[in-house]
Design a protein around this ligand. Structure first.
Ligand code: C5P
Length: 216
């Protein structure tokens, strides 16, 4: 679980994973969501080195199923660090701490799809907005056909060996993990995501999360 982002856009005065939602850190909600899904054995959390004690305190009620490692400069550096701590798993999920309201049904459908033989699985939503491609000046180049677009969420599920290979050879910057698998030329399968799996990035997102948390 990458949780080492600084949360500049959230502006909470604390790293995003430690911003509070109904009195608890986002990290606590996110880890609890995974462990409570019934299909996740252990969670490796990547946080900034200076936040390891804070993370251990936030997660002290689930400590035996959680390992904390030091993340990196980019999200992919944090995922790589967490992946290196998972040497024996056959299936690995990568889940953003910032998507802490993920419904368990989505987690289960990702795991089920990997177990069914899909080696890389991404939960997605349709793109409901019209999307414009623009140039450096903000002038529209073209309107992209939104019917073929999907918004990618997490957890993204992988055959662990494939994800290790993607991180070993995929290289470079990526904003999600499936992109590194795509670079290998391997198939990435989609399953239905959920609006509650949205990523908390801005103060508006946190207000939305406060409003919907606890709703059925
Ligand atoms: O920056 P972004 O919103 O894409 O971050 C998505 C997730 O990746 C968040 O949970 C954040 O904490 C994590 N992240 C990380 N290490 C970084 C940057 C982001 O673990 N260097």
């Amino acid at each position: 679980m990458p949780a080492a982002g600084r949360g500049v856009r959230l502006g909470a005065g604390t790293p995003k994973a430690f911003a509070r939602l109904h009195g608890r850190p986002l990290l606590w909600h996110a880890v609890g969501g995974l462990l409570g899904s019934g299909c996740v054995d252990r969670v490796v959390v990547a946080v900034a080195g200076s936040d390891r004690v804070l993370a251990a305190t936030a997660l002290d009620d689930v400590t035996e199923r959680v390992r904390i490692v030091t993340g990196g400069t980019e999200r992919s550096d944090s995922v790589r660090a967490a992946l290196e701590a998972v040497t024996d798993a056959d299936i690995v999920l990568v889940h953003d701490a910032a998507r802490c309201l993920i419904p368990p049904s989505v987690i289960r459908s990702v795991v089920d799809a990997v177990r069914a033989g899909h080696r890389a699985v991404v939960p997605v939503l349709p793109c409901s907005d019209t999307v414009k491609q623009v140039d450096d000046h903000g002038t529209v180049i073209t309107t992209v056909d939104r019917a073929v677009l999907r918004v990618a969420q997490t957890p993204q599920g992988f055959d662990a060996d494939l994800l290790r290979r993607a991180y070993a050879t995929g290289g470079g910057h990526a904003t999600d993990d499936a992109e590194l698998v795509e670079r290998l030329g391997e198939a990435v399968t989609t399953v239905a995501g959920h609006p509650r799996a949205f990523k908390i990035t801005t103060p508006f997102d946190l207000a939305v999360a406060e409003a919907v948390a606890g709703a059925p």
